[in-house]
Design a protein around this ligand. Structure first.
Ligand code: AOF
Ligand code: ZN
Length: 337
């Protein structure tokens, strides 16, 4: 591996430490290298706090002078919630900046790199760009469309049947699968299910992991407000933010008032063929700064989401058994070509 890639890989590793905590801002990592040795490191921790570059510059101190900075995202040149990083980089005497990807934020895009070059700093672009883009897929989608990046998650048995129960299906009871699901939830700003899943499973839809995690927004697509008052979602709505996406005129106002008293938000949305218009729902969630959303079924909502064209990515969990629980001596392989 080339030296540039090695240091960028470290910057990416640092960026990952912010996963699930930086929304609506990107994951960014930065490394400062002097004479082939790392003298400073930093990553973005939370929206509104200093950017990765600033943490790395502080960590390097005087050693930043004449050094190379590796940063996963093009440094910003705008006054947002924090001052422009390009200014700090120039003032610290950084000689060269190696960038993973250009910033898709229209406020910055290209201008940060230009500001560095204008100040006489060498800039190399596109190092490990594919990896960097993959890790910031939700930020890229959100900043350019103002709609969340949607991941459809499904559990399927070996014969391709979609598991009916959310999360706790008998096909994916393994601890490892459970951990994955909870990590995925923690990394997303919102989790969405249809009313059918609520009625069948009574899910809680929270992150249950060791450590501190902000609970994602729970979104229930329920055009006529059939969600039972006795459901786990309603019972916990005062602690975990919960939105019910309904169709205007399709529900009783009394039920709406009951749900609101319990702490749920009821959103009135237009309908398409009698069902909630998911494209409009995504736009509304975008306005709420929801940059990523995990769609956890069920099959009716999945089909509507596909038809509406809102899905960006599929993640399948598969069990090693078929629908009867039969194991296969030769194991199994899935190919997603
Ligand atoms: C971050 N962290 O490490 C970098 C960012 O509102 P502000 O001032 O925090 O600016 C947010 C924008 O800054 C963000 O959309 C992205 O374009 C740029 N870079 N943001 O939160 C960072 N390097
Ligand atoms: Zn910045």
């Amino acid at each position: 591996m080339m030296v540039h890639e090695q240091f960028m890989a470290r910057a990416l590793q640092l960026a990952e430490l912010g996963r699930g905590k930086t929304s609506p801002n990107p994951l960014v990592g930065a490394v400062i290298v002097h004479n082939d040795r790392i003298v400073g490191e930093g990553y973005h921790r939370k929206a509104g706090t200093p950017h990765a570059e600033i943490h790395a510059l502080r960590d390097a101190g005087e050693k930043a002078n004449g050094a190379v900075m590796y940063v996963t995202l093009e440094p910003c040149c705008h006054h947002g919630r924090t001052p422009p990083c390009t200014k700090s980089i120039i003032e610290a005497g950084i000689a060269e900046v190696v960038v993973g990807m250009a910033d898709p934020n229209p406020l910055v895009s290209g201008k940060g790199i230009k500001a560095l070059k204008d100040a006489g700093i060498r800039v190399i672009e596109g190092v490990l760009e594919k990896d960097v883009r993959l890790r910031n897929e939700s930020f890229i989608k959100y900043i350019s469309t103002k709609c969340p990046f949607v991941t459809l998650k499904a559990a399927i048995s070996l014969d391709g049947k979609v598991a009916t129960r959310t999360g706790e299906s008998r096909w994916i009871t393994g601890e490892e699968a459970r951990l994955w699901v909870h990590r995925m939830r923690a990394a997303n700003d919102a989790i969405m299910v249809g009313i059918g899943t609520v009625l069948a499973d009574d899910p809680l839809l929270t992150v249950r992991l060791d450590g501190e995690y902000e609970q994602p927004l729970r979104v229930i697509v329920d055009s006529s407000l059939r969600i039972p008052e006795t459901s786990m979602l309603v019972k916990t709505a005062s602690e975990v933010p919960t939105v019910v996406a309904a169709v205007q005129g399709s529900y009783s106002e009394a039920k709406r008032a009951q749900l609101e008293r319990a702490g749920l938000e009821v959103w009135d949305l237009p309908a398409i063929k009698g069902r909630v218009d998911l494209v409009t729902l995504m736009k509304e969630l975008g306005k709420r700064e929801i940059t990523s959303l995990l769609l956890e079924g069920g099959s009716t909502l999945n089909a509507s989401a596909l038809e509406a064209g809102i899905i960006d990515k599929f993640v399948f969990f598969s069990s090693p058994v078929d629908y009867r629980g039969t194991r296969f001596p030769g194991g199994f392989r899935w190919y997603g070509v």
